[in-house]
Design a protein around this ligand. Structure first.
Ligand code: GLN
Length: 384
């Protein structure tokens, strides 16, 4: 029999989504795959009803419905100051995951190298392999997940085509400092490299931090391919709405990749999401305040249990050190915790290039009561 493509043997199915299936099978509280257990804003749901009653049931423009792109461009300009032309600088995708794949296929030829910080969000490795590119991993070292500039420079000396920057970072909760971003920008310029950024948590950066879009750094707009998503900002992970923002010449190519990958994102959902993109600033303040509270609640649970962790500066994930539990592998620990304790997290090893069995990643995009219930279940760990 013919064999499937060899490149598929080099990566696995998503460990994150596998943990969700395991959590569901065991009725565990699912703090693995990062998505809310609360509803999106009610105005957005009303807009969805209206959109489905309206004439939005056929293909939207491949690179995004005009009304959606116009609202998106305005929102981006409002928050970043970047003068976004909706007709030239945007491609609307099926979620941030497609955006990353489009960016990678747009930037890289087979054989090109791509710098990826480790730990990294799991799709980057797969994206690189599917695009025929070869990852060069640069470690982010715990507890603060900082990189060594010398190691980063060595990676650039291997002449990569692109670097992937997830900021705020999934899975670590790290928010890159201005100094770090300037270092990356200087290297990108010196070695003529694209910076592919993944910024779905842009509105979840805790005080005193502030989100800085990499494309706003001096001279970086033309070499940055910004990937983003509406999933986290508006609590609509199932809508699969994301986008790529880049210079007109990059977008002209990215449109082709997107066109033949998926044709387009769902038309009625783009129509409805215009309402979200027009929310006032107070929406984003409330979103952040609510996540700040969830972070405190969950962190206090972890403290009561007595586990150590790196306090996230952004996003809604926390890497928890489970080494005191004495498991040989983090996968074993994750399975035990799901089945016996009733709380699911993601084995940290699925994010690291290095062999690393010390962490489970939990997310706290859940109602306060869910987090407290998870905290109560986690207390049973102390009896181990
Ligand atoms: N970004 C979320 C996570 O890291 C969900 C990813 C997904 O399943 N698309 O858990």
């Amino acid at each position: 029999m013919p064999q499937p493509a060899a490149r598929l043997s080099v990566f696995t199915e998503s460990v994150i989504r596998g943990m969700t299936r395991l959590a569901n099978r065991h009725s565990a509280i699912n703090l693995s795959q990062g998505f809310p257990d609360f509803d999106p804003p009610s105005e957005l749901l009303a807009a969805l009803h209206k959109a489905t009653d309206g004439p939005h049931h056929q293909y939207a423009v491949t690179w995004g419905a005009p009304r959606f792109r116009e609202a998106l461009a305005k929102k981006i300009t409002h928050f970043t100051g970047i003068p976004v032309d909706p007709d030239q600088h945007l491609v609307v995708t099926c979620g941030g995951t497609e955006a990353m794949m489009v960016a990678m296929m747009t930037a890289c030829n087979p054989g090109d190298k791509v710098v990826i910080f480790s730990p990294f969000y799991e799709s980057y490795g797969a994206d690189a392999i599917l695009a025929g590119a070869e990852p060069i991993f640069v470690p982010l070292r715990p507890p603060d997940f900082s990189y060594s500039l010398a190691e980063l420079r060595k990676a650039f000396e291997q002449r990569p085509k692109a670097l992937i920057l997830c900021n705020p970072s999934n899975p670590t909760g790290k928010v890159f400092t201005m100094k770090e971003m300037q270092e990356i920008a200087a290297l990108a310029e010196e070695f003529d490299v694209y910076v592919i950024t993944d910024e779905p948590y842009e509105h979840i950066v805790y005080a005193p931090g502030k989100h800085i879009s990499f494309a706003t750094l001096p001279g970086m707009m033309d070499r940055t391919i910004t990937c983003n998503s509406l999933s986290k900002t508006y609590s609509i992970t199932g809508w699969r709405l994301g986008y790529v923002m880049a210079s007109a010449s990059v977008i002209a190519q990215a449109r082709k990749v997107h066109d033949f990958l998926t044709v387009g994102a769902a038309a009625p959902l783009q129509e409805a999401a215009v309402t979200a993109l027009e929310f006032p600033d107070s929406y984003y303040d409330e979103l952040l305040a609510s996540y700040d509270n969830k972070r405190s609640v969950f962190i206090q649970c972890l403290e009561r249990v007595g586990l150590s962790f790196t306090r996230p500066a952004g996003a809604y994930y926390v890497m928890v050190d489970i080494s005191p539990l004495g498991f040989k592998t983090d996968t074993g620990a994750a399975e035990w915790m799901t089945k016996e304790i009733g709380v699911a997290g993601v084995p940290g090893s699925s994010f690291f290039r290095e062999v690393e069995n010390r962490y489970l990643r939990f997310h706290f995009a859940k109602k306060e009561e869910t987090l407290l219930a998870a905290g109560e279940r986690l207390m049973k760990i102390r009896q181990r």
